[in-house]
Design a protein. Sequence first.
Length: 415
Amino acid sequence: MIIKKFVAKSMNEALAQVKEELGEDAVILQSRKVEKSGLLKIGGAGSIEVTAATPDRNPPPKRQPVELDDEKKQALKRAAETIASGEELQRSEAERTPGAEGSLHSVRDGLNELRSSVQEMAAHLKYQNAPSLPPRLAQCWRDLIDSGVGERNANDLTQELFVNLSGEELEDEELIESHLHDLIFDRFRTASLPLVGSRSQPLVVMLIGPTGVGKTTTLAKMATNRKILGGRHVVLISTDTYRVAAVEQLKTFASIAGLPMEVVYRPEELPKAIAAHQDADAILIDTAGRSQNDRDAMADLKAFADAGRPDEVMLALSAGTRIEDQREMVRHFGVIPATRVIVTKVDEVTSAGHMLDLSQLIPKEWVYITTGQNVPDDIVPADPILLSVMVSRREYFDQLRANAFALPSAEDSTA
Ligand SMILES: Nc1nc2c(ncn2[C@@H]2O[C@H](COP(=O)(O)OP(=O)(O)O)[C@@H](O)[C@H]2O)c(=O)[nH]1
Ligand SMILES: [Mg+2]
């Protein structure tokens, strides 16, 4: 992956540069106005700085896996052991001051010692499963763990780097980072919704998923966001009649957005409701978010899915849910074959690494991620570049969070 900064007088100029240098597929990661200041005045007004990324078109050829003899393996093991525990230990030993006099001093020393032992233990526990790796890769592994990537994925990624890079390359931090981006990028599968305008029948989309993940909100965003279906002839159908409030919630959205809405109480009524809106561009079906442990609820949901025969069944999962719980949910909702995944509440997690684990959990393409409660704005297409940079560059994700996930795009930009 190539990540580059561009500075220009206007957004259009910057975007032209991006296109010229990185091609049509480049993704804008960030843009900001640089106010004129001090020595760096460019022209009269401020300038625009755009950071963009694109997959590396000519990645270096993959190497044959390096054969490790026993000696090298042993050396690696020793190196990893030093990394995982020794560094901290050595440091605290060296810092220990000999012969401190007086009771206050010795109490303080004792406390310091205790604190450093606890810190050592914590570091040791956190990284106790660190695989045997050369120093730069070991650092890379720890960064991945700190970003929330699960141990298994962190191991796979660093092992793959180890196998594909030569000894010399393994000293090169930038090169490792760039390869790591590419490996993470390859692991995300994403897709766009079919273009509704090109169809003779409405695109029928059903949203399923656990209670409270944000299905109804996401559906409202999809219906009204200009970059998705906003401005199209969209019909909403609620099958979530389990709670009165759920129907009311969608009704409110529908009336504000001026969209037709149907409430369907039984699966067998669904085909009729769909048939009544064959002139629509898209029909979005909301479903009940009852507990995935409720067998009757799952059977009901399946009956709606079977009756409605939607073109797309989107499983919504919240980014903040623990991976063990996600696995359970994916298993339970597996009775209804989902075609795509939507990952919600990305704004509620403090690091993005966990999303990499989530992407491995269900072999379906992601279409959107949602980044807040605002309808229609807080939804963006799932883009593998965006996702992989979020995972591999902690500071980028932190910045996104700090900016309330205001992702710039060519459409927004009038500078
Ligand atoms: N922070 C955050 N909250 C969200 C997001 N999407 C939905 N919500 C909130 O999550 C709660 C449940 O949403 P709802 O759409 O009713 O979930 P449903 O039960 O799956 O239909 C509401 O308070 C929403 O505003 C999101 O992307 N980020
Ligand atoms: Mg709902």
